[in-house]
Design a binder for this molecule. Structure first.
Ligand SMILES: NC(=O)C1=CN([C@@H]2O[C@H](COP(=O)(O)OP(=O)(O)OC[C@H]3O[C@@H](n4cnc5c(N)ncnc54)[C@H](OP(=O)(O)O)[C@@H]3O)[C@@H](O)[C@H]2O)C=CC1
Ligand SMILES: CC(C)(CO)C(=O)C(=O)O
Length: 312
């Protein structure tokens, strides 16, 4: 399959690498020139579950996407705030048959994608895979993960199932979800707890889980997400979601991972996706008349930290 990865940072590199190893024709697309140069010169390097590997994979700057090339699938893996610009840049690659899959963290990305892609070609989902970048052209990939996805367009279930099979054939452990809004809220609870808290406390997920207040903070935040989700007729199974969130504490699986928000702000001094996660719950809470004090406070804390560190 001919696949473009639009946003080839940590996660785009993981998916690109695994899909390439799975026999697909992969093109990486990104805007970070140093990273692009490194991959062009030396290939995509990765510490892959402890083994140092190099994969030769083409990469282009998003300002120079090849005209006239058509892709079967475009996987979006930018940061939330970069999504619209990336869609503008890859527009020439979106042919009538091109499917577009969005696995970004956060809530509501379909509103942006719909401006560029016909509804029947949009697939949305989330992933529990993790990834980090050690520097330009070098990823650190460990642990296992999963993907859940669904079609947005009516009658596209078979295409969504086939898409999940394509990802799984490359080891990405993808499955079709028959209620992706539920799955997205369930995953947003993971990010709404792990990402902001690990960033402010400067710990990985196992480190957070080892603190005494961790469980109570998770319970309170998940309850805020659930109260907002209920207003959108998404009724989360709260005990199950809390259990799911707390699987991230396990140091033998993904607990040693520093969430992407920590990588952004603490490691790389970059702005975070907080407005698309806890911030989205605060905004929706105000709209629906639901109080969300933990999400409000965590959003403010992360924004204050961005200011203090002069993040860009
Ligand atoms: N990392 C993870 O473990 C997980 C991440 N996600 C989600 O996946 C999406 C993509 O995240 P992720 O892959 O972590 O994003 P990255 O920050 O690794 O990459 C996103 C983009 O940021 C820019 N960039 C990244 N690092 C640097 C740097 N050091 N200097 C300059 N530019 C840089 C690049 O684009 P540009 O130059 O154009 O800005 C890159 O394409 C997000 O929605 C995230 O929440 C979901 C699950 C796990
Ligand atoms: C759940 C987690 C922490 C890893 O999949 C993540 O989504 C992130 O790092 O942003």
């Amino acid at each position: 399959m001919k696949i473009a990865i639009a946003g080839a940072g940590a996660m785009g590199s993981r998916f690109g690498l695994m899909l390439k190893q799975g026999g697909n024709d992969v093109l990486l697309i990104d805007g970070w020139q140093e990273h692009i140069n490194a991959i062009k010169e030396n290939g995509l390097k990765a510490n892959y579950n402890g083994e140092e590997i190099t994969v030769k994979v083409p990469i282009v700057n998003q300002n120079e996407v090849p005209t006239g090339e058509q892709f079967d699938l475009i996987i979006l893996f930018t940061k939330a705030m970069q999504l619209e610009k990336m869609l503008q840049d890859v527009k020439p690659l979106i042919a009538d048959h091109t499917e577009v899959l969005c696995l970004l963290n956060g809530i509501g990305h379909e509103d942006v994608i719909e401006k560029f892609v016909p509804m029947e070609k949009i697939f949305i989902g989330n992933t529990m895979w993790t990834a980090g970048l050690e520097g330009p052209g070098k990823a650190k990939l460990f642990g296992s993960g999963s993907v859940e996805l669904q079609n947005l367009g009516i009658g596209q279930e078979e295409s969504a199932k086939k898409l999940a099979e394509t990802l799984s054939a490359s080891g990405l452990n993808a499955k079709y979800s028959d209620n992706i809004h539920y799955s997205i809220y369930r995953k947003a609870c993971v990010n709404g707890t792990m990402n902001g808290l690990c960033t402010i406390l400067d710990v990985n997920m196992a480190g957070l889980g080892a603190t005494k207040p961790a469980h109570d903070m998770v319970v309170t935040i998940v309850n805020e997400f659930a109260a907002v989700a209920a207003k959108e007729n998404v009724n989360l199974d709260i005990p199950e979601v809390i259990e799911h969130v707390e699987t991230c504490f396990d140091p033998t699986t993904i607990g040693m991972h520093f969430p992407s928000m920590h990588q952004d702000l603490i490691k790389n001094n970059r702005l975070t996706e907080i407005d698309y996660i806890n911030g989205a719950i605060s905004r929706k809470g105000k709209k629906y008349g639901v109080v969300t004090p933990y999400c409000d406070f965590l959003t403010q804390l992360v924004h204050s930290k961005e200011e203090i560190l002069g993040a860009k």
